[in-house]
Design a protein around this ligand. Structure first.
Ligand code: ADP
Ligand code: MG
Length: 553
């Protein structure tokens, strides 16, 4: 480990030299309260910024009781990352002048969800923060004085203000960990009460706008209908009443613009914990819940979609179906069996984003086009058996297909943003429908060969590329930020290079890599220079879905 004086003299030596000379700074430096690691220096001022790590001594600082359990640790790390952001924003934006990314100091972005990220780690000895610093330059000439400002003033200030425990921070940490305990309590209470989800009274479900995930102001707050109300005794907040959505089949009906999709969206996101003030802090959904939708044009590799699709024209084998360009119904069928193969026990579906012919087939159409001539067995004929035989619940928004009322265990009606239980009335309207059974099978048969990947990149939230081959993640609606996309890029690369061997199938590879992620954290799967940016926790559902969308598999 080198001293601060050594860093200073190196900086003096390289001042005004060509940008590449910055490389000599890589290494570890002693700053007293913390060690500074310059892990990776960018190639030029316009390249992605340099990777710097602050390893702060935590002995006698934040006590272990705040992070001894996993859910608390993730909440505390998230809190520290958000205070780091606040600190950086209170600065001047850029900490130095210059060309390209000169003086930009950033860390993994955060949204409304609380996720484990590569940016922050707390343990009993150290707090480790990974940040990105644009090393300053004028043109392509090193501006060492500007970098010295950052390394000798900004970062020491940051360490002092963000990591050193003070009374206010202690109060905040008490709140953050109390919320995390309560959320964890609800998660653990779900299975015991046979619930797929819980939505607390007082929750605010709608968002500020189509492009903002902040809560809507003056929204109608959520209140459970009496018949579905469950009261949980949370460790910190005490008794909280809310709506318990039972396992089985739940249909969310209601007129257009009455709040159906908003409730479903909140349930989709309920697989993650939310920050205080979000409005959905106490909306908790079974962690395996997966949003299914139609996704025309996706690729499908050797997937058994025969549960829904048979006798296609040209006689393609639907027990090993493959295509470079799926239709609405075949894509939704593939999405369904992928969810099952990744262990989802709750399926979330919105009629608006589904393929109609995948969802229903009405009596008159069945008369005109006989069953033998129709390749699709609609979801509605399988939905009961999915639950009865495989234990898979469905929560489905259906504003127009009344047939679903006949297969539902519970029917909710959204009425001017208020939730009513209309199960009894729906039962009166129920009619006899044809049902078929579902059997568990190896839905995904594709085995994956090893493949070397030179470059894994991300393009915004919804696309990653592995050596220029793009994977389109746009329709994975439970991805909540670019850092998850980056994680999927690293994980895909890891799977293809290190785990794939021509014998293991996609679900097996997913299990293997996910086990590693659970045990060692997302950092273990992230390359040292995290070239595609900081990464965040992802679920096995998204990992499998991402790999399955890789066209070069
Ligand atoms: P639906 O799916 O029933 O057509 P949406 O869920 O898309 O309806 O909601 C329609 C509109 O109402 C959206 O702009 C949404 O933000 C708003 N909205 C939803 N829930 C509430 C609520 N509880 N309070 C106020 N506005 C809401
Ligand atoms: Mg809708």
């Amino acid at each position: 480990m080198k001293s601060q004086a050594e860093l200073q003299s190196k900086l003096r030596e390289i001042d005004h030299k060509g940008y590449k000379a910055y490389k000599v700074l890589e290494g570890e430096y002693d700053f007293g309260a913390y060690r500074l690691w310059i892990d990776h220096v960018q190639g030029d001022p316009f390249a992605s910024p340099s990777r710097v790590r602050i390893v702060y001594r935590n002995q006698g600082n934040i006590p272990a009781s705040y992070f001894e359990s996993r859910h608390r640790r993730i909440a505390v790390e998230d809190y520290l990352l958000r205070s780091l952001h606040r600190f950086l924003r209170n600065g001047e934006g850029r900490a130095a002048k210059g060309s390209g990314k000169s003086g930009l100091v950033t860390a993994c972005r955060t949204g409304q969800e609380v996720l484990e990220t590569t940016a922050m780690h707390i343990g009993k000895d150290v707090i480790e923060a990974r940040i990105e610093v644009g090393f300053p330059a004028f043109g392509r000439t090193i501006a060492a004085g500007e970098l010295a400002q950052i390394l000798f003033h900004l970062l020491p200030d940051l360490a002092q203000q963000v990591f050193k425990l003070n009374p206010r921070m202690k109060q905040d940490l008490d709140k953050v960990t109390a919320l995390a305990d309560d959320q964890q309590f609800i998660r653990e209470a779900l299975p015991a009460r046979d619930l797929a989800a819980f939505v607390a009274d007082g929750s605010i479900l709608p968002r500020e706008s189509g492009v903002s995930q902040r809560p809507m102001r003056n929204a109608v707050v959520f209140k459970s209908p009496e018949s579905l109300a469950v009261t949980l005794d949370l460790p910190h907040r005490g008794q909280v009443r809310g709506m318990g959505i039972r396992h089985g089949i739940t249909v969310i009906a209601g007129g257009g613009f009455h709040g159906k999709s908003t409730l479903l969206k909140a349930l989709e996101r309920g697989v993650y914990n939310h920050i205080s003030g979000d409005g959905r802090e106490l909306v908790i959904t079974d962690e395996s819940a997966f949003k299914l939708r139609a996704e025309e044009h996706r690729c499908i590799h050797e997937t058994d979609i025969s549960m829904f699709i048979n006798n296609l024209p040209m006689k393609s084998d639907t027990t090993r179906f493959q295509t470079e360009n799926a239709s609405g119904s075949t894509s939704q069928a593939a999405n369904t069996v992928e969810a099952l193969a990744s262990g989802s026990t709750v399926l979330l579906i919105d009629e608006d984003t589904s393929a109609t012919n995948f969802m229903v087939r009405d009596g008159r159409m069945a008369q005109l086009v006989s069953d033998e001539k129709e390749p699709i067995t609609p979801f509605i004929r399988k939905i009961r058996s999915l639950y009865r035989d495989l234990g898979i619940s469905t929560i489905l928004v259906a504003g127009s297909s009344g047939d679903y009322l006949s297969v539902a265990d519970t029917v909710l009606q959204m009425d001017c943003y208020e939730t009513r239980d209309v199960t009894a009335r729906a039962k009166e309207l129920a009619v006899e429908l044809t049902e078929e059974t579902v059997k568990k099978t190896d839905w995904l048969k594709k085995t994956v060969r090893t493949k070397r990947i030179e470059k894994a990149k991300v393009h915004g939230w919804d696309t990653i590329s592995l050596d220029k081959n793009e994977i389109d993640l746009r329709y994975l609606e439970q991805i909540v930020g670019e850092s998850q996309t980056a994680a999927l890029a690293y994980i895909s690369q890891y799977v293809l290079e290190r785990l794939a061997n021509g014998k293991k199938t996609l679900p097996q590879l997913t299990e293997e890599v996910f086990a590693r992620l659970e045990k060692e954290g997302i950092l273990a799967l992230t390359p040292k220079n995290y070239g595609a940016g900081p990464a965040a926790y992802v679920r096995r559902q998204e990992i499998l879905a991402c790999l399955a969308r890789y066209r070069m598999l």
